[in-house]
Design a binder for this molecule. Structure first.
Ligand code: SF4
Ligand code: SF4
Length: 181
């Protein structure tokens, strides 16, 4: 098995729209038919740039190194993160300039979401591409960017090394995970 770095971008959470807060008056108002959120009504291709960016849950899993078995093609996850990953904040340290610093950082598109086999099962892009709904812990559902961390879904506190710590390819084996994080 040889280590290859398979990863994609974790879109910025900074501009993620949040569900509007309810006022505290306690009154029930009849406002007609409920408007469905965009991820329930639009395909990946139909989303605006802001909607697309907000769909990322900020889990950071796609910034982990994965190992591909040369013979079987099987993917094995590691807890080694990209050199540009801030393990404490669980986000890219230079999202705007990431491509000039990490040339193999893959920019997700609808086509790539459907083609890439190593996106985690929890990835919001993958879920929507599969016709599924977002989980309660997704920031777009909860209205709280911290909910993905509280739910234990993200890689916050779970990264054991950065790729810059790996002197040899074999060093990745010490950080292999038994299953998808
Ligand atoms: S450069 Fe690295 S840390 Fe930043 S988004 Fe890409 S894979 Fe993640
Ligand atoms: S795995 Fe998907 S949801 Fe999680 S950070 Fe990467 S792109 Fe965003």
């Amino acid at each position: 098995m040889v280590p290859i770095l398979l990863r994609c971008v974790a879109p910025s959470r900074a501009s993620a729209p949040r569900p509007a807060a309810l006022d505290g008056c306690g009154q029930v108002r009849h406002i007609g038919a409920m408007v469905q959120p965009f991820w329930k009504t639009k395909s990946l291709e139909e989303m605006s740039k802001a909607e697309w960016e907000s769909l990322c849950d900020g889990c950071g899993k796609c910034c982990l190194a994965k190992l591909e078995d040369e013979d079987s093609g099987d993917i094995h996850w590691t807890s080694v993160a990209c050199r540009l990953f801030d393990a404490g904040l669980c986000r890219c340290r230079d999202y705007e300039n990431r491509r000039s610093k990490v040339v193999d950082c893959v920019v997700l598109t609808p086509e790539k979401v459907r083609a890439i086999k190593w996106l985690p099962d929890s990835c919001a892009y993958r879920l929507i591409a599969q016709g599924k709904d977002l989980a309660d812990w997704h920031p777009l559902v909860s209205g709280d960017p911290e909910s993905v961390h509280r739910a234990g879904i993200s890689m916050r506190g779970r990264v054991t090394a950065l790729e810059t710590d790996m002197a040899r390819d074999e060093d990745y084996f010490d950080h292999m995970l038994d299953a998808q994080p």
